[in-house]
Design a protein around this ligand. Structure first.
Ligand SMILES: Nc1ncnc2c1ncn2[C@@H]1O[C@H](COP(=O)(O)OP(=O)(O)OP(=O)(O)O)[C@@H](O)[C@H]1O
Length: 252
């Protein structure tokens, strides 16, 4: 389970998100929705401490993942990021071959034979439904793949590290509708095997994919969570009038 307790993110003097407390149960897909600038990406960046890499960014509050406080002093952030994988908005394969994209992330951490690396690569590519499309061109540049294939390769690269949690920041927004539907279908396949937090502007997608939905909104100058519940509850009978208007497409 991922659990945030009164989590705030500050960029210098500005508070981007204020006191967000939510729980993501094991095996669930939780969608974070809300208008631009309400702190969705900032929230996601805290969950594998990628926010540490942004100059001037600080966090307060607590985050527990699998019961462990991920901000406790001395925590190994490399290990954390293996366990909590991130998928970016724009596909970002390394400018290397398809095979090397996966070998590289594995090699960085442990000694494996080439045969073992190839086996993990095949499994990861099969997991994202890409194996049949690329098995005859594994040594060709990853950048020659279509956008949707590149995004699935990036998901395969994350899966090769055997994470338990996946963070996805608008993983379909840079893709055309067909590629987007494929990636969405893939997320559907990954659910239950992984605990997923996905940021999306696509409310229909949130409704289709998510078990739980959190609505973020800027209030008093900072992003806050104004609604949280099961997808069914949030989309049918939201408690907060602002999120009700947003979810019905009237506002935002
Ligand atoms: N590196 C940064 N330095 C300073 N302010 C930042 C930085 N990154 C984000 N912010 C500010 O923090 C607030 C939240 O931004 P964030 O990107 O988390 O929102 P978002 O909901 O993900 O937006 P979008 O949907 O447009 O991606 C915004 O006011 C933004 O300008």
């Amino acid at each position: 389970m991922i659990r945030t307790e009164s989590l705030s993110v500050h960029y210098g003097e500005t508070t981007a998100i204020r006191e967000v407390s939510l729980q993501v149960p094991e095996g669930h897909v939780t969608a974070i929705v809300g208008p631009s600038g309400c702190g969705k990406s900032s929230f996601l960046l805290t969950l594998n401490r990628m926010i540490d890499l942004i100059p001037g960014a600080t966090t307060t509050g607590r985050i527990l993942i699998g019961g462990q406080d991920i901000y406790k002093p001395g925590l190994d952030t490399v290990q954390l990021r293996r366990r909590v994988g991130g998928i970016a908005q724009k596909p970002n394969p390394f400018p290397l071959s398809i095979r090397k994209n996966i070998h590289l992330v594995l090699k960085a951490q442990q000694n494996r034979t080439r045969a073992e690396l190839d086996e993990i690569t095949e499994t990861a590519l099969q997991d994202v439904g890409l194996w049949d499309e690329v098995k005859d061109r594994l040594d060709r540049p990853a950048l020659q793949l279509s956008g949707g294939q590149q995004q699935r390769l990036c998901i395969a690269r994350a899966l090769a590290l055997k994470p338990s949690y996946l963070l996805m920041d608008e993983p379909c927004s840079a893709l055309d509708p067909i590629a987007s539907a494929k990636v969405e279908g893939l997320i559907e396949d990954l659910r239950r095997r992984y605990t997923i937090v996905i940021v999306t502007h696509n409310l229909a997608q949130a409704r289709r994919l998510a078990d739980d939905v959190a609505v973020f909104w800027v209030q008093d100058g900072s992003g806050q969570m104004i609604e949280f519940g099961t997808s069914e509850k949030v989309f049918s009978t939201p408690d907060n009038p602002t999120s009700a208007a947003y979810l019905s497409g009237i506002q935002g």
